[in-house]
Design a protein around this ligand. Structure first.
Ligand SMILES: [Zn+2]
Length: 370
């Protein structure tokens, strides 16, 4: 695929193709936005477009000057579909394409293996870095720095894509900052993050930030039907709403089964303290927001057709019976605050118990259960 095939991120793609058209690509870019909405996909396709040697890619220019003057991305017309994009066929494009499925590649060398770092390389000038055990360590940043000191081997640019860049630990961040302060020529660093506020401000300020947004439900629903070939309209709309417009979340897992599991868990928390309860607290809190959204909507309107989880009407109706709208909204805010704070490694059990207590209190169920 190519940049032109990225669905639902037209604005970001437009800006990136504009950078190629202007031949002014920032040394450092920050792709910011929720997980599962196409940041990495766009980054890889951007890398393909930058180093493409066939078709109309910048690497093929020279005999084929088709640039036009551009002063503002809002007025930029990227022109024909293939202009300022990859050909998706040349050897450079095919090599980079392999990074779409990095796990299928072996790591770039025994050294990296022993360091337990993840640098994926399928093109000599393009590297994809991902965290190992939720962390990017200084060793991998040093490797990156070293790789960037060499001139591009066969592409036009040296490109490093750092996925979940906010997982760089302190020493890695500081080392990376030095690279950002004096980036080697022809190098392009693309940071990807769903939590850009966790990056050092000094890193953020040195990157050109491009925001990615969740997909509108109707766009995502059409995409799902096309990609999967198995969902009808109702189900694809439910999945779009459940995922909050994040196709990556649906294509990678069974979202409905996941929802059922977490909703059951929330229901148990609303009944009593469950000492045995386990599972990812972060995900639980994320699902709690979807759950509370429906509770609030049903309490306010009494309309099942406005629910995301319209197939769970009975349960939602029962839950809101003893609750006041004000309490549900307050709870939603409290859950949101807890979610923000779980980034600082709160004690999981305490957080779960506290969340349960808030749910019972705000939904008027303190005396229910035990
Ligand atoms: Zn190509």
């Amino acid at each position: 695929m190519a940049l032109r095939d990225v669905i639902g991120q037209e604005r970001a793609v437009h800006i990136l193709r504009g950078c190629i058209a202007r031949e002014r690509v920032p040394h450092a870019l920050l792709f910011a936005g929720d997980d599962g909405i196409g940041k990495k996909l766009t980054a890889l396709n951007f890398a393909k477009a930058l180093n493409c040697t066939g078709g109309q890619g910048p690497g093929a220019r020279g005999q084929n000057e088709t640039l036009f003057e551009v002063t503002d991305h809002r007025t930029l017309d990227p022109g024909p579909r293939t202009l300022h994009d990859s050909c998706d066929q040349c050897s450079s494009c095919l090599k980079i394409e392999k990074l779409f499925d990095p796990e299928s590649l072996i790591l770039s060398g025994e050294d990296e293996k022993s360091l337990k770092e993840k640098i994926y390389v399928s093109h000599p000038d393009v590297a994809l870095i991902t965290p190992y055990k939720d962390e990017i360590r200084i060793e991998v940043i040093r490797k990156l720095e070293e790789a960037l000191t060499y001139k591009p081997f066969e592409g036009r640019y040296k490109i490093a894509i750092i996925d979940n860049a906010d997982t760089m630990n302190n020493s890695a961040s500081n080392a990376f900052l030095k690279t950002l302060e004096s980036p080697p020529g022809q190098s392009i660093l693309i940071l990807i993050s769903s939590r850009p506020d966790m990056l050092l401000p000094t890193i953020r300020s040195r990157c050109r930030r491009i925001n990615f947004n969740p997909l509108p439900f109707h766009v995502m629903s059409a995409l799902l039907r096309e990609k999967s070939g198995k969902y009808d309209e109702g189900r694809s709309l439910l999945l779009s709403a459940l995922s909050g417009g994040r196709p990556g979340c649906v294509l990678n897992e069974d979202l409905i089964a996941q929802r059922d599991r977490f909703f059951a868990s929330l229901k148990r928390l609303s009944d009593s303290v469950d000492e045995e309860e386990k599972g990812d607290i972060d995900e639980l809190l994320e699902w709690a927001q979807v759950w509370l959204r429906d509770l609030a909507v049903f309490k306010a309107t009494g309309r099942a057709d406005l629910l995301i989880n319209s197939d769970r009407e009975g349960e939602i109706k029962a839950l809101v019976q003893g609750a006041a709208l004000k309490g549900i909204l307050k709870l939603a805010q409290e859950i949101y605050n807890i979610r923000v704070n779980t980034r600082f490694n709160l004690n999981e059990k305490l957080t779960r118990n506290y969340t349960g207590l808030l749910i019972r209190k705000r939904l008027g169920r303190l005396n229910a259960g035990k």
